[in-house]
Design a protein around this ligand. Structure first.
Ligand code: NAD
Ligand code: UDX
Length: 463
């Protein structure tokens, strides 16, 4: 089966960039990305491509090339579903905030709504592709909804999890380590798999396209995220031990990373991992393990989250302790609010939790982030519901100029590893701060010796 029209439901951090690359690499396929969120679609269609809702290096150029040619963004969900031979579901699957599994299980209501809409609207056979990260065996539920429409339309369900990381989404999509496609072992299932393989084969070597059964594919995604997050919690656990023993976590990471069995990546000690995926997916894994009565498996993975929460709290407690046990009415400058560099995404960013802790201690926070607006900062804090929105607004401000953010501050805290922070005139920052001037480097990006020479009291993670 040759695919000529693709529809993607969900124009978010995954749907937008993934479809932009498919459209760029497959000019013969018409790709329509749909979303319920009118504002999001309007910004994807903004005449000035620099205003698209997601900041990713290289993305606006690709959107510029393909948009209007074979890449379209629309709110007409029904029409796009009906026209397409292949439909990607790329909607959000957040942690449940209510009912059974609250705080752990994935909330599949958006997925189910998509399945029901596809069932209602479709008048011809479709391949439905799970792009969202889903609990193992979700395809079964989708299939049950799709197979009960009674209108004779046939559906094949594939699992095709996305492994891109934000900030490097374009490069990850252009040069993936692998593409994973899970499908039915039946003849129809294999044909559907082949149709999706053919799409990717436009730019990915066939040897990198891995096909499995649906359940292995679904579970591989949760497993990959769990392993990656586990490495960060492992090195962060060691960072605390380093601080007590005089070892340096950067040196330890280098030493173990040269062991080819361990490898050098994902060993950067930090203020804690953030992002929309790691915590959500591990909690989901823990929930699934518990639901099968596998308590030891569940506890093992839950520890990754416990360690991460500890690392964030440890960072804020250390600021309070170092500033003579009080930050009340002291200005603390935050460099960075995004959960990592090169993205405007702030979901689960460590900065939010560190700020929340410090505001509980009556600190005044001044934020500078090159890609995050004040509106977003406030929304992130309000979402925690620790205090009123007015109190949050009184306690935190943001600046468009990093030097202004640091002016008069008792301490600077680095929360995101934006490259530009390294190149700042740190002497100028020092001169305008209260003395002693403290720097808490939650990303280990600054040069300790240089900062100490200027006069800063500099503290990094794990040394
Ligand atoms: P997102 O919140 O950025 O985007 C999801 C979009 O889906 C939203 O714009 C929302 O309005 C839309 N939507 C929800 N229900 C809809 C419906 N019924 N009809 C039309 N639109 C609807 O989420 P995201 O970060 O793109 O993540 C999507 C999925 O991909 C999640 O399952 C996530 O776990 C997974 N994932 C994310 C990343 C990442 O880096 N963000 C990486 C790999 C996998
Ligand atoms: C992650 C996975 O990497 C990706 O494969 C998956 O598709 C989605 O989830 P993402 O969350 O976008 O991607 O970014 P990632 O680079 O994994 O970073 C996650 C968090 O871990 C960030 O807060 C980052 O700063 C932190 N991190 C990462 C560390 O603290 N140390 C490291 O060594 C690596």
């Amino acid at each position: 089966m040759k695919i000529t029209k693709i529809c993607c439901i969900g124009a978010g951090y995954v749907g937008g960039p993934t479809m932009a690359i498919i459209a760029q690499k497959c000019p013969q396929i018409q790709v329509t990305v749909v979303d319920l969120n009118e504002e999001r679609i309007a910004t994807w269609n903004d005449e000035d491509v620099n205003n698209i809702p997601i900041y990713e290096p290289g993305l606006s150029e690709i959107v510029k090339e393909a948009r209007g040619r074979n890449l379209f963004f629309s709110t007409e969900v029904d029409k796009a579903i009906d026209e397409a031979e292949m439909i990607f579901i790329s909607v959000n699957t957040p942690t449940k905030t209510y009912g059974k599994g609250k705080g752990m299980a994935a909330d599949l209501k958006y997925i189910e709504l998509c399945a029901r809409q596809i069932a209602r609207v479709s008048t011809s056979n479709k391949i439905v592709v799970e792009k969202s990260t889903l609990p193992v065996r979700t395809a079964e539920a989708i299939k049950s909804i799709l197979d009960n429409t009674g209108n004779g339309v046939k559906f094949q369900i594939l699992s095709n999890p996305e492994f891109l990381a934000e900030g490097t989404a374009v490069q990850d999509l252009l040069h993936p380590d692998r593409i994973l496609i899970g499908g039915d072992t039946t003849e129809e299932g294999q044909k559907a798999i082949q149709a999706l393989v053919d799409v990717y084969a436009n730019w990915v070597a066939v040897g990198k396209i891995l096909t499995t059964n649906v359940w292995s594919s679904e579970l591989s995604k949760l497993t990959a995220n769990a392993f990656l997050a586990q490495r960060i919690s492992s090195i962060n656990a060691m960072s605390e031990l380093c601080e007590k023993t005089g070892a340096d976590v950067n040196e330890v990471a280098r030493a173990i990373g040269m062991d080819s069995r361990i490898g050098p990546k994902f060993l950067k000690a930090s203020v804690g991992f953030g992002g929309s995926c790691f915590q959500k997916d591990i909690l989901n894994l823990v929930y699934i393990a518990k639901s099968y009565g596998l308590n030891e498996v569940a506890d093992y993975w839950e520890q990754v989250i416990i360690m991460n929460d500890h690392q964030k709290r440890r960072f804020s407690s250390n600021i309070v302790k170092t500033l003579y046990n009080t930050v009340s009415d002291k200005k603390i400058a935050f460099l960075g609010w995004a959960f990592k560099k090169d993205t405007n995404d702030t979901r689960e960013s460590a900065a939010i939790y560190v700020a929340d802790d410090l505001i509980n201690e009556n600190a005044k926070i001044a934020v500078y982030d090159p890609k995050v607006s004040y509106k977003k900062v406030l929304a992130d804090l309000d979402y925690l519901q620790t205090r009123t929105a007015d109190k949050n607004a009184e306690s935190i401000v943001s600046f468009e100029n990093p030097y202004k953010a640091c002016e008069g501050a008792h301490a600077v805290a680095i929360l995101t590893e934006w490259d530009e922070f390294v190149t700042y005139d740190w002497q100028k920052i020092y001169d305008a701060m209260q003395k002693p001037a403290f720097v808490f480097d939650g990303r280990n990006i600054l040069n300790a010796a240089e900062l100490e020479k200027i006069g800063f009291v500099y503290q990094a993670i794990g040394s």
